[in-house]
Design a binder for this molecule. Structure first.
Ligand code: NIG
Ligand code: FE
Length: 412
């Protein structure tokens, strides 16, 4: 088994002596560190860490030494919400938005998700796979070591399966941790405009059984929001998914107080994501649940929505996660450093809170927090080594720079 010793780390960030699996409320502001540290990796596991002066170099075996002088080491990002298998791009709609159309206006005239679906339906698996792998390499260069990938741009039985097969192939061809989510209920295809129930039936009776039968998805998502899927339709889809042993997570409360948060909590969703529209009732529903409120500030930024009330969630004692929502319509970036910066600048999260939100809490939302999300003995060595920087506050501060020098995934 290969062992790697990282030495002279200016600061080891996110150390954890108890193998925590979540960070909530006031604890989110805690991000323990060790100055002038070492970290030892054995195989894919964090074997030991501590101050340099406690390192007994002569009595440990190692195959490789990485000198991290001037650099910080922190847990690699876990991006718990992306749509990174997609075809083409939508910069035309981007310009339409600059000229005054809203995200919903564009969707209503057949653009938006349906625009991406039309392109994806005419794109082969190989081309989708190649584009997705480029995005995987790109997000890794920004420090991501684990990622969730949703379908939702297929909207026919065959095309939804096509996306999930591509996502599975991505999983087989990268060392990043990958979880997949079926999102057939992302939008109603044009031919079901007057027959929405017909599309719900297709999702429930044909898509979900095929997805489950081929073991293509870890989770099932629904876009429960104004103009998209109602609470009642969401419930029916989630009940079917649960009966097939596929756990729910939701797109909720992006465009309105849609009831998405409450229905997510009711069905024990692992996460409810977006939450630009969240008040006391949503907070009340989340308290006492295991559902992770997941905020997507890059998407609120890109389509000019008010930001979710991150501070209110944290002050209520809740955990908060942040993810990229990488997709061609509302967040054409998978750069988690940028997401951390937006969380700080726009949602007033402290750097400590934002880093916890993008690591341990997103790991929790993907059921990976026993393996990932903190620097703990026995967890997997998914790590960011930064370029030489003064402190971790510098990461959101210097928001336009890529400060990641190397991303270590599963120890390599
Ligand atoms: O998470 N809100 C719904 N779905 C995506 C956007 C999809 C798109 O516009 O292509 C999101 O923002
Ligand atoms: Fe999304």
């Amino acid at each position: 088994m290969k062992t790697t010793l990282i030495t002279n780390i200016k600061q080891l960030v996110g150390v954890d002596y108890y193998s925590i699996t979540i960070s909530k409320g006031p604890n989110m502001a805690e991000l323990p560190t060790v100055d002038n540290a070492f970290l030892l990796i054995e195989g894919e596991t964090i074997k030991a860490f501590g101050p340099m002066d406690s390192l007994d170099k002569d009595n440990i075996d190692y195959d490789e030494v990485i000198d991290a002088t001037g650099r910080l080491v922190l847990p690699a990002w876990v991006d718990s919400h992306t749509h990174l298998v997609f075809a083409g791009s939508r910069e035309g709609e981007f310009v339409d938005k600059i000229k005054g159309l809203s995200y919903e206006d564009i969707a209503k005239r057949g653009g938006g998700i349906l625009n991406s679906a039309a392109r994806l339906q005419h794109t082969g698996e190989e081309e989708l796979f190649d584009a997705a792998m480029l995005r995987i390499e790109e997000i890794k260069s920004y420090g991501t070591g684990a990622v969730e990938i949703k379908s939702g741009y297929g909207l026919t039985v065959e095309d939804e399966l096509k996306i999930l097969r591509v996502a599975r192939k991505v999983k087989e061809n990268t060392n990043l941790f990958v979880k997949t989510t079926f999102l057939g209920a992302h939008s109603f295809p044009a031919q079901y405009k007057e027959n929405r129930e017909g599309y719900i039936d297709l999702v429930i009776n044909e898509m979900l059984p095929r997805v489950a039968g081929e073991g293509l998805a870890d989770y099932c998502d629904v876009f429960c929001d104004r103009g998209f899927f109602t609470v009642e339709q969401t419930s029916r889809i989630l009940e079917k998914a649960i009966s097939l042993n596929i756990k729910p997570r939701l797109h909720a409360n992006q465009l309105d107080f849609s009831g998405g948060v409450q229905v997510g909590v009711k069905y024990n969703a692992l996460s409810v994501d977006h939450l630009e529209h969240a008040g006391d009732a949503e907070i009340e529903a989340l308290l006492g649940s295991d559902t992770m409120p997941t905020l997507l500030p890059a998407s609120a930024f890109f389509i000019n929505l008010d930001y979710p009330p991150a501070r209110k969630f944290i002050e209520a004692g809740l955990p908060v996660a942040i993810a990229s929502d990488y997709n061609p319509g509302s967040s054409p970036t998978g750069n988690m450093c940028m997401v951390v910066a937006l969380a700080c600048i726009k949602m007033k999260m402290l750097p400590e809170e934002a880093i916890n939100a993008a690591t341990i809490n997103t790991a929790k939302a993907l059921e990976l927090s026993e393996q990932l999300g903190t620097i703990a003995r026995g967890k997997v060595a998914n790590l960011i080594i930064t370029k030489p920087i003064p402190s971790y506050n510098y990461i959101p501060y210097a928001f336009g720079s890529n400060l990641v020098e190397r991303t270590i995934v599963r120890g390599v």
